[in-house]
Design a protein around this ligand. Structure first.
Ligand code: HEM
Length: 178
């Protein structure tokens, strides 16, 4: 997983709980990097999961919820860091419809070693979007948070429904945004 995800994670933790909270997450040890991340580096995604698990132990908030709210927060940060991806996009369904072919394709050019999921996206006749998420990594909660962050950014009041797929896991699911 690209370091930008880790550096943004720690910035969020610092913003919400201060440097003491950052130290508390790092103090648990057991991180291959020892907690030194750079935005262009690449790290094991399990490290992010361990950090979020620690956050869950400290706060009592369930891990899936923490991952979702990090995704929602990160969308706002992406908005600031990558304004070019938002040019000419007027609504959330249009943005979401372009995640695979436009956004993540551009991310791959910026970070050739990025580990990205795949989204099979369909615009629905009602104006909503169906997104089939699949990844070798278990980040459906993260995807849900990013989708919610996208809706919030565009002031869109649609909601996100999530359905398990056969053999359901956090690595694959269907989102219906309507
Ligand atoms: C400006 C918009 C966006 C940017 C710049 C962006 C960029 C990125 C980057 C840099 C990563 C990490 C790559 C790595 O781990 O090596 C990532 C991962 C991911 N992105 Fe995006 N993304 C954007 C929007 C979205 C949206 C709207 C969604 C959801 C529909 C999404 C879903 C995901 C998921 C689920 C992952 C985690 C990897 C996985 O599941 O395997 N992204 N994205």
């Amino acid at each position: 997983m690209k370091g930008i995800v880790f550096t943004e994670f720690f910035e969020m933790v610092e913003q919400q709980g201060g440097l003491d909270e950052v130290d508390a997450l790092l103090e648990g040890g057991g991180l291959a990097t020892g907690g030194a991340y750079t935005s262009v580096g690449t790290y094991d995604f399990r490290e992010l999961l361990s950090l979020v698990e620690r956050m869950g132990e400290r706060s009592g908030v369930p891990v899936p919820l923490l991952i979702q709210s990090f995704g929602e927060h990160l969308f706002g940060r992406f908005r600031l860091k990558f304004p070019e991806f938002f040019e000419g996009v007027e609504d959330a369904p249009t943005f979401l419809a372009g995640v695979e072919d436009t956004i993540h394709t551009a991310v791959r050019k910026l970070y050739p070693d990025a580990e990205l999921p795949t989204f099979d996206v369909k615009l629905l006749p009602c104006g909503g979007v169906e997104m089939l998420y699949a990844s070798p990594r278990p980040f459906a909660d993260f995807a849900e948070g990013l989708i919610k962050g996208c809706l919030r950014h565009f002031g869109d009041t649609r909601s996100v429904q999530r359905e398990a797929l056969p053999g359901g896991s956090s690595s694959t699911c269907r989102f219906i945004v309507r």
